[in-house]
Design a protein around this ligand. Structure first.
Ligand code: 2P0
Length: 320
């Protein structure tokens, strides 16, 4: 009998245009607000699972580096939704982007893991079940099961939320400006919890973000790029403001981020219509109309080195 087999799956990272920031339930990762994201073709994780009956524990390699017990146990907990717990495996994941630098590698990581486990253990789980399990690893991962645009819709009265693809009538793309490839100092999970617990403007954030998500759903049906971009920027800046009103306050953004935002505002006045967003790190992501992304990329080359810019289109898969 063959004791060894390997299967592989790929999933893409997503960048939120309306941010998920705050949980009602830390274990189920029920969000306090709805979020909306774009699934990017250039940022992805490829994961393989090797089933081998001779193993007595799980092994997890990330970018060829063996991970410690703590990191491996996070993966094992997700695999337990698919397998008999006695069955141990070797998981190998490769990210196309720097890990843990606010470039959403955890979203594609957990999405690739559930897709791969579903195949490896012949589970036949539906995409919405996979999305739910991925979210238990990392909240934003539930959106990476859908493309090109996903919503993670929150029903706060029912204490639940589900992700699904969102209708979008405008062609969008993103340019990532990598200002810092290092691991972030405050993990998004810790920063989020700290803001929920101490930020004096957190209630305002939750109410506004839920309103923003509803508005964005409508705007994505239109061709009003200016309104989409401005709403994304307002939502981003309010999310980052919650960190400044936490106790103690902190920020994911640095002086390079602020200089970049100033530059973006300036080129926008010159007719390069692009809007910024930032996550749990200093890097800046720019929203562009797909038809203008090359012109904006070329403009950015006047200020940034090619090695720090990534132009990304959206993943065009269509899911049932
Ligand atoms: C987002 N972020 O919507 C927001 C914006 C960061 C800023 O989702 O604790 O790694 O695993 O649920 O998904 C990053 O947080 O957090 C994130 P957990 P996750 O993309």
């Amino acid at each position: 009998m063959d004791t060894k087999n390997i299967v592989t799956a790929k999933a893409h990272a997503n960048i939120a245009i309306i941010k998920y920031w705050g949980k009602l339930d830390e274990v189920k990762k029920t969000p306090l607000n709805s979020s909306i994201s774009l699934t990017l073709d250039k940022f992805y994780t490829i994961t393989s699972i090797e089933r081998n009956q001779k193993l007595s524990k799980d092994f997890f390699y990330l970018n060829d580096e063996l991970q410690n017990d703590n990191e491996t146990s996070k993966i094992s907990k997700i695999l337990d939704y698919f397998r008999h717990p006695d069955e141990k495996v070797i998981v190998r994941s490769h990210n196309s982007m720097p890990t843990a630098a606010g470039l959403s590698s955890s979203s594609s990581g957990y999405a690739a893991l559930v897709l791969c486990a579903n195949k490896s253990f012949n589970c036949n789980k539906s995409r919405s079940e996979l999305s739910y399990i991925a979210r238990l690893g990392s909240g934003s991962a539930c959106r990476s099961l859908y493309s090109p645009v996903a919503i993670w819709k929150c029903d706060i009265d029912e204490h639940k939320a589900i992700a699904y693809p969102l209708q979008c009538n405008i062609k969008l793309a993103m340019i990532i400006i990598i200002l810092n490839k290092n691991k972030k100092e405050v993990l998004s999970r810790d920063g989020m919890r700290h803001c929920v617990e101490t930020s004096t403007i957190f209630n305002k954030w939750v109410t506004t973000a839920n309103d923003d998500a509803a508005k964005m759903v409508s705007l994505l049906q239109t061709n009003d790029f200016k309104a989409i971009g401005e709403l994304m920027e307002r939502n981003t800046l309010l999310m980052h403001e919650t960190t400044l009103h936490a106790n103690p306050p902190f920020s994911y953004l640095n002086s390079d981020t602020h200089a970049c935002l100033e530059y973006i505002r300036k080129i926008r006045q010159d007719g390069f219509e692009t809007y910024f967003t930032m996550d749990a790190g200093p890097n800046v992501k720019l929203l562009c109309r797909e038809s203008e992304v090359h012109i904006i990329y070329k403009k950015l080359l006047e200020k940034y080195d090619e090695s720090n810019l990534v132009m990304s289109h959206l993943v065009e898969e269509d899911y049932d």
